[in-house]
Design a protein around this ligand. Structure first.
Ligand code: ACO
Length: 359
């Protein structure tokens, strides 16, 4: 057996395919490049949820807007109770209060929740009152409006939309697997999403982009990149934003996010971008020498960090923003798993002591 369950096929899915050798991500028949920067987050939800809810409307923009409003009404009074927790923990604890259904309403509330709660928490942190959602806006625009207090620049809203689309689904990653295990017990969608959130939080999965910015800050200047990275690897540290369980080449999502960054070049600090490029080049070179037998390339989290910073999120919120996009994929997987009607229950091999045989 292998502790990481590498190469074990644990589900059949129509939702997404990750080809780690070709560096290709397909979401329901569409290559990522045909979706990221081209369609809105609501369109990807329609694609992912098709066939999993009998009453799925063709256009989810208005229903998701209405769910944001309902979500805000249900939970905004509880926000002060959790405002001193980390953004991720605060968001997760309030999401636990949502009804645990399996219908479209439950799915929409859960999808609305991270963006609504995160922006409200950021307003509270800054000493401002949370803003009520605007049900007419698309999800990305409204999340930025609720966070910043005014209509966001359209190119920043488009960049956030591209990000949410890019991370919406990605095969049987740790959080999605967690969601499917819970769904297989016939628990509701909130239970599945809470399990997925727990898995996403760790730095080996969705917790990496904040530390990517810490790394950029620690490097400071492009000319320091090589020396800093060598010292880090010599100490046995992992470089955040590099390496992947499945990809043996560059993660296609890194390119999708780099393209989104190019669209908002005016909003990105040019020094930050130059530093990121220098760190990426130095890291790839050093990783090649450090692990010649193990191809380690840039993963989604590296440019996530630069993009979310440019859009205006504080770094301790990055994992919660990841959840804002991935929640749509978790819900689709939970519904797909539940439809199999089969409980996930693998076996373990006992390697502990046996009872002493009586003399
Ligand atoms: N920096 C330095 N060394 C690395 C890195 C890295 N980023 N990634 C892997 N390695 C090394 C490991 O130390 C290991 O060396 P060893 O054999 O001497 O112990 C070897 O490469 C193989 O690594 P594994 O841990 O077997 O690879 P795995 O498939 O489990 O790793 C993971 C995937 C967890 C993402 C890893 O590459 C990593 O820790 N990266 C940094 C954290 C990160 O960026 N996480 C975000 C991932 S993307 C996402 O989940 C959305």
């Amino acid at each position: 057996m292998s502790n990481g369950l590498e190469d074990i096929i644990a589900a059949e899915t129509v939702l997404s395919d990750v080809d780690g050798l070709a560096g290709r991500l397909i979401i329901r028949g569409e290559p990522l490049a045909a979706l990221a920067g081209r369609v809105g987050y609501e369109d990807v939800l329609s694609l992912l949820w098709d066939g999993f809810f009998p009453d799925l409307p063709h256009d989810l923009r208005q229903p998701l807007g209405a769910a944001r409003a309902r979500m805000f009404e249900m939970l905004h009074r509880e926000l002060p109770l959790v405002a001193n927790r980390s953004a991720f923990d605060a968001m997760r604890s309030l999401m636990a209060l949502l009804p645990d259904g399996t219908d479209l309403d439950s799915a929409l509330l859960l999808t609305a929740a991270p963006g609504v709660l995160l922006s409200a928490l950021l307003r509270l942190r800054a000493g401002n009152q949370p803003l009520t959602p605007d049900t007419d806006l698309d999800h990305a625009t409204d999340v930025l409006r609720m966070m910043g207090g005014a209509a966001p620049r359209p190119e920043l809203a488009r960049a956030l939309g591209s990000y949410l689309v890019t991370v919406a689904d990605h095969g049987l990653n740790a959080s999605t697997f967690a969601a499917r295990v819970v769904a297989s017990t016939e628990a509701g969608l909130t239970s599945s999403v809470l399990a997925a959130l727990g898995a996403l939080k760790g730095p080996l999965h969705g917790g990496a982009p904040g530390p990517v910015l810490d790394m950029l800050d620690a490097v400071g200047k492009p000319e320091n990149a090589e020396a800093w990275i060598s010292a880090e690897l010599a100490r046995g540290e992992r470089l955040m934003g590099f390496g992947h369980r499945i990809y043996r080449v560059r993660d296609p999502r890194a390119d999708a996010l780099k393209a989104a960054l190019a669209q908002i070049s005016g909003a990105v600090d040019t020094n930050r971008m130059a530093l990121a490029a220098a760190v990426e080049t130095a890291a790839l070179k050093a990783l090649k020498q450090h692990k010649p037998d193990r191809p380690l390339d840039t993963n989604v989290e590296f440019y996530t960090a630069v993009l979310l910073e440019a859009v205006g999120f504080p770094r301790d919120c990055f994992t919660a923003v990841f959840a804002t996009g991935r929640v749509g994929g978790w819900i689709a997987h939970a519904r797909e798993q539940a439809a199999t009607g089969r409980l996930i229950r693998p076996k373990s091999r006992y390697i502990g002591p046996m009872p002493k045989v009586a003399a």
